[in-house]
Ligand binder design. Structure first.
Ligand code: HEM
Length: 217
């Protein structure tokens, strides 16, 4: 019961968004690290994927947990968006604004970049997780990313992801109380560095194939 009450408070919703966001960023760190093997060779990438699938129970538990975290993050994100929308329509909007709120382009476009990521995930999972089982995953990667528009779609979505993480990361640290003059300069830099690292490593993969450099992978 206390949990339902907690979920309806403003700080409760922010904490849930921050915790689920942190878990998704941690997932992205493991995913980007695994995907780095693609840059090495198809053999090493295939070995990595095979190793992962040699523990089906762990993969199943991990996938289910990830799905729940995504659903929580999207659900509460939409809920907060709806509430902010209601407040912005009200004539008391100015008095209820949080003093520390950031009004950047990334902050204003959070629901839209979030929706772009959701669309990306639908395309991505149907392409990779549900790829034909009799085809090596390294072959699927090469085949899909050799499609120019498929790769372009990925790169555009990675830009949306970088924008989303940039504000999300800042917002998460505010919620966790990391707003201190001593750390603010570092936090400011991290809001650029973290999304750019993801953008460069993720986008490099479709670029590698769409430009033909990865031909014969
Ligand atoms: C070029 C960049 C990427 C590549 C090459 C890539 C590759 C893959 C592959 C091969 C799989 C299937 C793993 C398997 O079941 O064997 C996968 C699954 C997945 N990817 Fe990616 N991925 C990329 C970027 C991303 C990004 C940016 C996100 C999130 C925003 C993401 C989210 C997921 C999710 C949620 C799954 C399903 C995981 C599961 O079922 O447990 N991927 N990806």
């Amino acid at each position: 019961m206390w949990f339902i009450n907690f979920c309806t408070t403003s700080i409760g919703k922010k904490i849930i968004m921050a915790c689920s966001g942190l878990m998704l960023v941690l997932f992205l760190c493991t995913h980007v690290a695994g995907n780095l093997t693609i840059y090495h060779s198809s053999k090493i990438f295939q070995q990595y994927a095979d190793q992962l699938h040699s523990h089906p129970l762990i993969v199943f538990f991990f996938s289910c947990s990830l799905l729940v975290i995504f659903l929580i993050h999207i659900g509460f994100g939409l809920y907060l968006f709806y509430e902010n929308y209601k407040v912005s329509k009200s004539r008391y909007a100015v008095t209820t604004r949080v003093v520390n709120e950031k009004n950047t382009f990334a902050a204003k476009t959070m629901p839209y970049s979030g929706l772009a990521i959701l669309l990306f995930l639908l395309v991505h999972i149907s392409g990779f997780t549900f790829a034909p089982e009799n085809v090596l995953i390294s072959v699927t990667v090469e085949k899909l990313f050799s499609g120019f528009f498929y790769s372009l779609f990925y790169i555009v979505c990675f830009c949306a992801l970088a924008l989303h993480i940039s504000h999300g990361f800042w917002s998460m640290l505010q919620t966790f109380g990391a707003n201190h003059p001593r750390y603010n300069a570092l936090i400011g830099k991290l809001t650029y560095i973290v999304p750019i690292v993801f953008l460069v490593i993720f986008s490099g993969i479709p670029l590698y194939f769409m430009t033909g450099i990865g031909a014969g992978y």
